[in-house]
Design a protein. Sequence first.
Length: 228
Amino acid sequence: MRNKVYRQCDIERNLRIARFRPLDVLVVGATGSGKSSTLNSLFEDNVAKVGEGCDPETMEIESKQLNELLRFWDSPGLGDNVEADRRYSRKLVDILYRDYHLDNNQYGLIDLVLVILDGSCRDLGTTYKLLNDVIIPNFQSDRILVAINQSDVAMKGRHWNFYQNCPDAMLQSFLEEKALSTQKRIKEATGVKIINPVCYSAEKNFNIKELLDLIIDHIPKERRRLVS
Ligand SMILES: Nc1nc2c(ncn2[C@@H]2O[C@H](COP(=O)(O)OP(=O)(O)OP(=O)(O)O)[C@@H](O)[C@H]2O)c(=O)[nH]1
Ligand SMILES: [Mg+2]
């Protein structure tokens, strides 16, 4: 089934509880983790420019609407240099405080933050910094989701079954361990207990429905009050 119409009834029902639409998901992560590739895979279309060379690609926060129920915000990645990190962090904080008014109440525009990790890399330093310095002080922790991209190259390209386009048993168990260890390490580094991350590959279109499931199953029950 196409992603645009995937579990529409569930999304409608979950959004109806809090009477809002669309759901706004801010996609963040280190540069090169695959945020833009993830959007292309979710949209089954070329909606965001993917980096081809060594340099960071996305420079601005831009919205992409999948359908009338889901809107994603692609963002620049952290981890390039100190000055760029400062600039991008400010942009992220700004959007976390972007508001809208309804019935005389003020709400935050962004409903969920999706943190994308590069599964081929063990270093979580930039992600910790992003969470500790930018996201957690300015956003409700129970609205943070984490997903691990680049599962196809998590073991340096080994154990990917090219014929079936999925990990073999060895890589599968490596990914399960990786998800648990990431959850534990994020708890230790930030104090936040995240939901078990989904491992997927934007490049190979692997587990993209599971990534959508993670979002759909964690649609907040109410609109977001701004952190003061
Ligand atoms: N093997 C593999 N490569 C991937 C995957 N996802 C992304 N890539 C590659 O990783 C590189 C960076 O991808 P982008 O989508 O531009 O990453 P980004 O997080 O948007 O990067 P910035 O815009 O610089 O923050 C590109 O060369 C992609 O082709 C994946 O699932 N598997
Ligand atoms: Mg990008």
